[in-house]
Ligand binder design. Structure first.
Ligand SMILES: [Fe+2]
Length: 321
């Protein structure tokens, strides 16, 4: 890593601060529209980051997820994988969220089998997470979500909640957790694109209390994507999605992972051994004890044989190629 040191001035500003621009008007009619139609006003308000996601180096990806709180990884699934996954998701019986029949989902889909279960160990994602975490990867939960036309949008919220919650349980009380959102349909401005308030997870302010929710925020960005792309979020970044004002639904698979040390505040239910045994070796490798923590409560001030280097906390990790 040290050989890859660059002058600090040579690091692109765009990585420190995602430049953003107003979304292009969707039509001339929209450009000329000056009335206060709430749907059009919402579209005109949105800003998108100008980032070439495919060109990011490993260090830049790590920087995005650590500093900005999110990261888009393009083309993670090919057409065949998407088709296989959709064949399975089309059979799911779903339940609606409390506020809309048009936002539906299914939890605990890890035992579905086939492509859905294999996605847990999707090599390009696990390879990246192993570089990010520096060791093995532990899955905490896995869910399916579908936004249908008429879905009003998901309010800005944080997934990570340090003392648990009714919605997320203890599984998201881990001190570090990444949620990987695989999109099976295009995310257009009309069809529930992702939204995020960059850097909100870093705030010490009471406004950053992860138990709060917001209708919207002037600093939020809209993230559009293609089917097969994945958006990764730091669990504490405020995020949500926009309404579905299009004509089709949008499917997404969300898998939460964390480093081996960062177990939840309270134990969570263990994976049933007989179910884990049915999975492939690669999937089993990720379905480890999800209550596991690496904790040194009684560690002395000066333990023996302390390391004198650790690449995972090196400020130069954002310069990895
Ligand atoms: Fe969320």
């Amino acid at each position: 890593m040290r050989q890859q040191r660059k002058d600090i001035g040579s690091i692109k500003n765009a990585l420190f601060y995602p430049s953003s621009e107003p979304i292009k008007p969707l039509s001339n009619k929209l450009m000329a529209h000056e009335t206060v139609d709430p749907v059009l006003a919402d579209l005109q308000r949105r800003r998108t980051p100008t980032v070439n996601w495919a060109s990011l180096s490993l260090g830049e990806r790590i920087r995005y997820i650590e500093v900005e709180g999110f990261l888009l990884m393009p083309r993670m699934l090919d057409e065949d994988q998407i088709a296989q996954l959709k064949r399975q998701t089309s059979t799911f019986s779903t339940t609606a969220v409390s506020y809309s029949e048009k936002q539906r989902g299914k939890r605990a889909i890890q035992w579905t089998g086939g492509a859905v279960t294999e996605l847990i160990a999707h090599p390009p994602m696990i390879d990246f997470l192993k570089r990010l975490f520096g060791d093995s990867v532990i899955m905490m939960d896995y869910a399916y979500a579908r936004s249908e036309p008429g879905h009003p949008g998901i309010s800005l919220h944080a997934d990570g909640q340090p003392w648990g919650s009714k919605i997320f349980g203890a599984a998201h009380s881990c001190p570090r957790l990444i949620r990987c959102l695989y999109y099976l349909d295009d995310l257009t401005p009309e069809i529930s694109p992702f939204r995020v308030v960059p850097r909100s997870h870093l705030s010490f302010h009471n406004d950053g209390n992860p138990y709060l929710r917001y209708e919207r925020h002037p600093g939020e960005l809209m993230i559009t994507a293609q089917a097969g792309d994945a958006v990764l979020i730091n669990q504490n970044v405020f995020h949500g999605n926009y309404p579905n004002i299009g004509n089709s639904f949008r499917e997404m698979l969300a898998i939460a992972y964390r480093p081996s040390w960062a177990g939840p505040a309270d134990p969570v239910e263990a994976w049933p051994e007989e179910m884990v045994a049915r999975c492939s070796a690669d999937v089993q490798d990720v379905l480890k004890d999800r209550s596991q923590r690496i904790w040194a409560h009684d560690a002395p001030d000066k333990p023996d044989n302390m390391p004198i280097d650790a690449p995972g906390i090196d400020p130069e990790r954002w310069e990895l190629k």
